[in-house]
Design a protein around this ligand. Structure first.
Ligand SMILES: [Zn+2]
Ligand SMILES: [Zn+2]
Length: 151
């Protein structure tokens, strides 16, 4: 596994460092996590890595295209290491859970603008909003409880 990450880093001319490998490993195991979670995950293995180091690594990996930064409206930025396949996301309105949805078309920009205003469009960002299974099941018993008068 580690050697895959080393190959990826070298392919984009980034030096192979312990914090970079740690961040890539964290994102592989925990996709769509925010910066604080990445820091916590990295620190369980490497307690001496600073916050700033993780910020720097996330920026370098995002700039190099090894990590994708996503930021659904109203949410904090999340990071994932699944890149370059133009996949989309489904987001829970209630708890903010995020899951991957394969691109409907299979290539970017996925949706062809009805009028591109002369822009060269290379991406269409699709976010599916809804309620995740956990939140949906949590909500159902509550609704029954409130409409029920007797014990
Ligand atoms: Zn939810
Ligand atoms: Zn994703």
């Amino acid at each position: 596994m580690t050697s895959d990450f080393e190959t990826q880093l070298r392919a984009v001319s980034l030096r192979v460092t312990r914090p970079r490998l740690a961040v890539l490993t964290a994102l592989r195991d925990h996709p769509h996590v925010d910066t604080d979670t990445v820091i916590a995950l990295v620190r369980t293995e490497h307690p001496t890595v600073s916050h700033q180091a993780v910020y720097d690594v996330l920026r370098a990996l995002t700039d190099a295209g090894l990590v994708r930064r996503i930021q659904p409206a109203g949410a904090t930025a999340r990071y994932e290491s699944r890149v370059a396949d133009n996949h989309h996301h489904v987001v829970c309105r209630s708890c903010g859970a995020i899951a991957d949805v394969d691109c409907a078309v299979g290539h970017s920009p996925c949706l062809t603008a009805s009028d591109d205003h002369g822009f060269v469009v290379d991406e269409a960002e699709v976010v599916y909003w809804g309620t995740c299974p956990d939140c949906a099941t949590e909500r159902t018993p509550q609704r029954f409880a409130s409409s029920e008068g007797s014990k």
